[in-house]
Write a protein that binds this ligand. Structure first.
Ligand SMILES: NC(=O)NCCC(=O)O
Length: 395
């Protein structure tokens, strides 16, 4: 197998390990890398067939992590099925804006329908799921025309009807236009409750200024803090894409009681792939909650060339978005990732009781010394702060 770095020819790390290692060695390598085994959930042949027969077929994987949690004497299990959807944009980036949005809605509507057949309770889509990830271009037009109201926009209405039809919580990350406040633009995840009502929204806290991710050209740093949304299927939060590099961003969602934190993303192989499998997973471990990474797939090409400000030739695409969406449990166990190259739906059944069980076992929140760090940080942000460095005194 000869593979170019970040290329589309590698289906997934797991499939490569499975194909090339002897089965006994594979089992042991898988245990060391991924933790306790997760069981495959049965998928009815008719459901599996429907994933293949869609206009754009998609990978369908379903696992149960529920058995990782111990059966408690004082609480009933709190089983929840999480769905993560990763997709490539179906139309060329220069197709009319509304046609692109409609084509994406149609594709995702079918995937949500499959998720519903598999009993999914909460589904999350990738960052800015209704549009190409055009922030590399630094052009305003037509990309800002993809922005919509979080409360009343076409996409929110679309999700509301799906949520109601399937009794499903939907996390819908969009480019938000706040029409009420001077048409301000934000990168926002809208949370739609299982009754179809908008429960609230969270705006991306940290904006990348790396590689072609020129997102500060388009929207502002979020002003919604670290909200946790109490749904019928657990307390959920959203750490949008680049926020995954900031451990304190993950931490604050835990402080507010999150049991599942979604990380809807758009990131490319050459930039971040070695970090991808680590960051959301570390967050689940450090914060005793489930974390869910969702990344888009494919290569999106734009009409006009842009440069990356690094002296290299101008180009028309970002590189390959490598998918690889996955779920990590609070004990660090994780599912295999979805494909690096195909659309996919990952269904994972979890028992939310595991969050408390891991807190009881490891005691991370209890031993965290939040008071110490709060004091130290309050000092460290002062302009006259002197870093606490001990140096050998000159003789
Ligand atoms: N969309 C986004 O924040 N991407 C930044 C690149 C990365 O964090 O890997």
């Amino acid at each position: 197998m000869s593979i170019k770095p970040s290329s589309e020819s590698l289906e997934s790390v797991e499939s490569a390990l499975k194909e090339h290692l002897p089965p006994a060695v594979y089992d042991e390598v898988r245990r060391v890398l991924y933790g306790k085994p997760v069981a495959e959930l049965p998928i009815a042949p008719s459901v599996a067939a429907s994933a293949q027969s869609q206009a754009a077929s998609f990978e369908l994987k379903a696992y149960s992590m529920a058995a990782l949690a111990t059966k408690e004497q004082v609480r009933q299990p709190r089983l929840v099925r999480i769905g993560l959807i990763q997709h490539a944009t179906p139309l060329p980036t220069d197709a009319p804006v509304l046609e692109q949005i409609e084509a994406i809605h149609a594709k995702i509507g079918q995937m949500v329908d499959t998720a519903a057949q598999l009993g999914v309770n909460i589904v999350c889509f990738q960052e800015a799921w209704t549009m190409p990830f055009a922030f590399c271009t630094r052009e305003k037009d037509p990309w800002l025309q993809f922005s919509e109201s979080a409360e009343t926009g076409k996409t929110t209405q679309f999700c509301q009807s799906l949520a109601k039809r399937y009794n499903m919580v939907i996390v819908s990350p969009i480019l938000e236009r706040d029409e009420v406040h001077n048409d301000t633009i934000w990168n926002t995840a809208v949370v739609i409750n299982s009754n179809g009502r908008v429960l609230g929204k969270h705006r991306k806290n940290h904006i990348p200024r790396v590689g072609d991710f020129n997102e500060s050209t388009y929207y502002m740093e979020g002003n919604t803090g670290h909200p946790v949304f109490e749904t019928a299927f657990g307390k959920i939060a959203i750490n949008i894409c680049y926020g995954r590099h900031h451990p304190l961003n993950w931490f604050m969602f835990a402080v507010n009681g999150a049991e599942i934190v979604f990380n809807p993303s758009a990131t490319v192989g050459a930039l971040s792939e070695p970090m991808w499998s680590i960051e959301a997973r570390c967050a689940a471990i450090a914060n005793s909650y489930y974390s869910c990474g969702i990344n888009r797939v494919g290569t999106e090409s734009f009409a006009n060339e842009f440069t990356s400000g690094d002296g290299k030739p101008a180009h028309k695409d970002f590189g390959h978005f490598y998918g690889s969406s996955y779920v990590t449990a609070p004990d660090g166990t994780r599912t295999p990732g979805l494909s690096r190259v195909r659309d996919g739906l990952l269904v994972t059944e979890v028992d939310l009781n595991l969050c408390r069980q891991v807190k009881d076992k490891w005691g991370f929140p209890m031993t965290q010394r939040r008071d110490l760090y709060a004091e130290s940080l309050a000092e460290a942000v002062r302009l006259d702060y002197k870093p606490q460095i001990i140096r050998e005194k000159p003789e």
